[in-house]
Design a protein around this ligand. Structure first.
Ligand code: DX5
Ligand code: ZN
Length: 229
């Protein structure tokens, strides 16, 4: 996985057909997805339950791009090895998930994955002051984690601008997760983001049998950001 700041659209399979992940992933990649975002929820750190390492392992062979695993679980550390074995390229933990995030990030890199750090909307970027050299990606949540299809929280724009300045020349991706649409995507791209997660806005209107809307939806997000450059 090489580093650059080009725009990457990462569809979240939380909005895909749960009975058909393999084909959904292949369809959305064929329609222009850059990464595949996998939302792991534990019904404890967030009020919803999704899936764990065996599912990640099963879908891995359908992913040709990047498997971007977002852990909304606490604790994180007992499961790092299992998600690394399942083939995660990026493994993202929440800063709020426990008292020892520094150790968690070390363990993620130690397991051979890129280390991602996610911030809930209420967490300030100053919390990253002593962590930025330990991460490959910062995920700024623009909804409260737990569900797809929620409304974008605009206060996070200023946070991303601050984060972009803090990162400077470090090879750290800025990922935005939650409420991304062709309306909100350019706000985040302009603020400095390079990875945009989108669930409902990518999967709406399409299916494995009729995947063309996935492509139209991805292009609509991409084009909305093009007008900036
Ligand atoms: C929310 C998840 C997101 C979610 C995004 O807890 O982390 O990845 O699926 O969904 P949309 O794009 O519908 O807000
Ligand atoms: Zn996510």
């Amino acid at each position: 996985m090489s580093f650059d700041r080009s725009l990457k659209i990462a569809p979240s399979i939380l909005s895909a057909d749960f009975a058909n992940f393999g084909q959904e992933i292949e369809a959305v990649e064929a329609q222009g997805a850059d990464w595949i975002h996998v939302d792991v929820m534990d019904g404890h750190f967030v009020p919803n339950l999704t899936f764990g390492p065996p599912l990640c392992k099963a879908i891995r062979r359908h992913i040709k791009t990047v498997m971007d695993v977002h852990l909304m679980i606490a604790p994180v550390e007992p499961y790092i090895e299992a998600f690394a074995d399942a083939g995660a390229d990026v493994l993202t933990a929440h800063l709020e998930a426990g008292p020892h995030i520094h150790r968690t990030l070390q363990a993620i890199r130690g397991a051979g994955c890129k280390a991602g750090l996610a911030l809930n909307p209420g967490t300030p970027v100053e919390a990253l002051d002593y962590l930025l050299d330990m991460v490959d990606l910062v995920c700024v949540m623009t909804v409260n984690p737990g569900f797809g299809g929620q409304k974008f929280i605009h206060s996070q724009i200023a946070k991303v601008e601050k984060l972009r300045a803090m990162i400077g020349d470090r090879p750290v991706h800025i990922e935005i997760d939650g409420g991304i649409t062709p309306e909100t995507a350019p706000l985040m791209r302009a603020a400095g983001a390079d990875v945009l997660v989108a669930g409902s806005a990518v999967f709406k209107g399409g299916s494995v049998q009729d995947p063309a809307p996935y492509g139209q939806n991805i292009r609509a997000i991409r084009t909305s950001c093009d007008t900036l450059v």
